[in-house]
Design a protein around this ligand. Sequence first.
Ligand SMILES: *Cc1c(COP(=O)(O)O)cnc(C)c1O
Length: 433
Amino acid sequence: MAQIFDPKPIAVPGFEFEERIIKAAAEAESLCRESFEEIDETAAFNSEKVLRAFINNKVSAACLSGTTGYGYGDIGRDTLDKVFAETFRAEDALVRSTIASGTAALTTALFGVLRPGDKIVSLTGDPYDTLEEVIGIRGSGSGSLADFGIAYDKVEMTPDGNPKVGEIFQKVKGAKVAYIQRSRGYSLRPSLTVGQVAEIIKAAKGAEPDCIVMVDNCYGEFAEKAEPTQVGADLAIGSLIKNPGGGIAHSGGYIAGKAELVELCAGRMTAPGVGREAGATFDENRSLYQGLFLAPEVTANALKTAVFTTRIMDLFGYEVYPSPSEKRGDIITSVVLGSEGALIAFCKGLQKGSPIDSFVSPEPWDMPGYDSQVIMAAGTFNNGASIELSADGPLRDPYAVYIQGGLTYTSGKLGVMCALQEMYDKGELKLFR
Ligand SMILES: *Cc1c(COP(=O)(O)O)cnc(C)c1O
């Protein structure tokens, strides 16, 4: 047992590692070098892009304070929208801490642009779990798109997780919205690169030139040098407690894209006719600006944590998605752990390495909307923020754990090592070497 950095550490339970875990971590890290260089280069590119947008839009000290009540004339809010739009090379954006979540941002956009009798087609198979109830393909359907007479169809992906371009052509004809989910979400399919998103958009626009291409951009922001809005997406939508909030935003979501569509979304967000003119920001402007400013570097730390995780789990003989050398479109890693005991130990160990609530032990629970129990580990500064190191997985075969986040690479790496140590202590770690 040993510590990895501190020569005279204070004993911390759960924070002492088996020699072979330390050795594997060092080996994994050396295999990461090339990927890390690439990640740093992308982060530098995106950080410059963000800084230029701050300067170009004259972000001032006055922008950092907020408003109350109706929030009319909130210069911080209105300037942030412009900074965000410029960063995404979009015509316009809405960035609000008051949008409750990624799902709420996506819902605002869907109800903003769809009308009764319209059709929405998902081009990337089933959408993210929470969107099923919004569309009306699961749950009571009350208040869903289906309830408002909006039809839904989907194009399944191929078994290896690629979009079916031929089928896109048939199904998008006549659709108002063509919907693309960039990230894997909670499935083992690969996330899409921006290049793949571009190809899908081309196919959709080829079939129906007037369709609105909407991209669920969650977990993808700043993972590459371009965003979907730069390759033809009409709207890109995401959560501020993921990548673009930089770990600093306390809550919120964004919608970026074509000006006329963003305007429709603004009408839905507050009220038709009121739109973006209202919406107090309280004391949140500062955290949203600072979060966006840090987001490219924080996303890089999460990406490094993700690459390290795939390398070390691969060394211990686990099946990992994406494979360590694959190009990444998001910050999520899934590892097939193969048993309930291993999944529970991984999550409990990761929790032990968290800065907040390290002493709390996560337990599997019956999460609404899931047909099996789910275990979640997250010791985060912002509740549920998955740009911070977190892991979760449903207790069912193949017992895959989904890991994402890491505000700093060191804390991300140590958290994953704690997960491995707990697996070792519980006799659940494969030790073939
Ligand atoms: C996180 C996420 C969402 C939105 O989830 P919230 O928990 O509501 O923020 C939607 N789609 C994908 C792919 C996501 O990863």
